[in-house]
Ligand binder design. Sequence first.
Ligand code: FAD
Ligand code: MLT
Ligand code: ZN
Length: 503
Amino acid sequence: MLLRRTAPGVVGRLARGLSGGRPPRDDKFARVTQEDVQYFREALGAGGRLVTDREGLQAFNRDWLGNFEGATSVAVCPTSTQQVSKVLSYCNERCLAVVPQGGNTGLVGGSVPVHDEVVLSTSAMDNIISFDEVSGILNCQSGCILQALDTYLAERGHTMPLDLGAKGSCQIGGNVSTNAGGVRLLRYGSLHGSVLGLEVVLANGEVLDLWQSLRKDNTGYDLKQLFIGAEGTLGIVTGMSLLCPARPTSVQVSFLSCKSFPDVLHIFRLAKQHLGEVLSAVEFLDRESLVTALEHMPGIRNPLPDGTSPFYMLVETSGSSETHDKNKVEEFLAEVMSAGLLVDGALAQDTSQASNMWRVREGVTEALVRRGKVYKYDVSLPLAEMYALVEEMRERLPGDSIRVVGYGHVGDGNLHLNISDARGKERQEVREAIEPFVYEWTRERRGSISAEHGLGLMKAECIRYSKPEAAVRIMGAVKKMLDPKGILNPYKVLPRDVVHEGC
Ligand code: FAD
Ligand code: MLT
Ligand code: ZN
């Protein structure tokens, strides 16, 4: 379970990681006054929470990675859609900029203020409204923590259709707003499919009720899709309906090592062939990732005696018959061995071994932060070329303190390229050796510069590496239509030149 990290002081470092530097404050936005704070207090009434003290605001101002830090003077935590509506309608009227915030585990600087924007946190909107055990449809508010929802569903024989390392802190509204991928996308698909309905409060306070619980609905444009992955720039998601699968009763996890990335891909192909309908995750990590996790995450053990192979994989099946699933996994492993692909492998014998294997994979993210400064990239690439980016980056970035690390959701073509620098501080020469090279390399292969983390503040100016001009222009027009004054999460997602004036 991931707990909220308290990052060291980072003021002054936040301009880094942004192509073009931190955007200047847009002076069309009003500054928060005592009258505004008084209004928010009244709008929240007894239930909600208002944070205005410096210490309390730190957690709202600073992102999980410690790369970005804003300077809000107020965080508003409503409990109901009506309160969100009141607050937004007021901010729109006053031209106060607003940052929606969920669990604040985002990795691209989208969830924290850039300057003095009001933080609207959904953390007090954590009610589960209903669950239908026949259809598997869950209705809840957006501030529910992902892990809490999964625990609730486990008691009812179901599971959440997504899972990620930040599950102990991230909120379902944040997941929807980033269109989070995670480790089971391979099995359950993206949130564009699992979200059946949404309730969204628009910038002017209007409540857009798209909160249906239907599997099928072809009446006109599917507007809810616009808000899935909009990173809080088009509206605030307040409630939703989600399709949740039956919980698998048999979960088999194996951890393998192999000699090359082509072998990783070959094993993936065999996993699809042999495990087909029960395959639920195919993850990979390189030796540098494994070593970093083992060095910096106490309590994690290497599942294999082999710690020198260049590549490791975690393959998971989720099904309903233990004997059947175990047989299948054994056949798959035998095939992998007879093809000469395996250096070493282990099949978890109990849930504790399985969870240790998952902690090795999921622990890499936090281990990297503990090691020092991390330059984080999240790309979609054609599988055959995916790891070449890590190798090229190693050639560009020699140096004792630098470790170039590659891991990710190989089953989804999603590479997490991380450059870790034990020297701990942002260095311009390192950043310049990485960017724009990594974005150009990705564009040349028609990849995506953000597979699952979003654009946030970090990559707002980089959208054109992955989207054509016409698409960027249409996005600007959608933003203008839904948020004419531009108060929702300014400086994020869209490049400055397509954002309209507003206010
Ligand atoms: P926040 O970080 O608070 O916000 C993220 C964005 O959504 C911001 O732009 C914010 O303004 C907006 N937002 C939040 N709530 C709302 C709302 N209710 N309405 C409108 N906008 C809103 N991501 C993956 O995709 N896959 C992974 O496997 C993965 N693993 C991770 C592992 C770790 C250890 C960590 C720290 C992060 C990981 N992430 C991963 C990134 C992050 O957890 C996800 O992006 C997650 O979905 C963010 O949820 P959150 O509630 O923390 O949102
Ligand atoms: C993961 O898959 O571990 C997450 O997306 C976080 C990361 O990229 O480190
Ligand atoms: Zn990921």
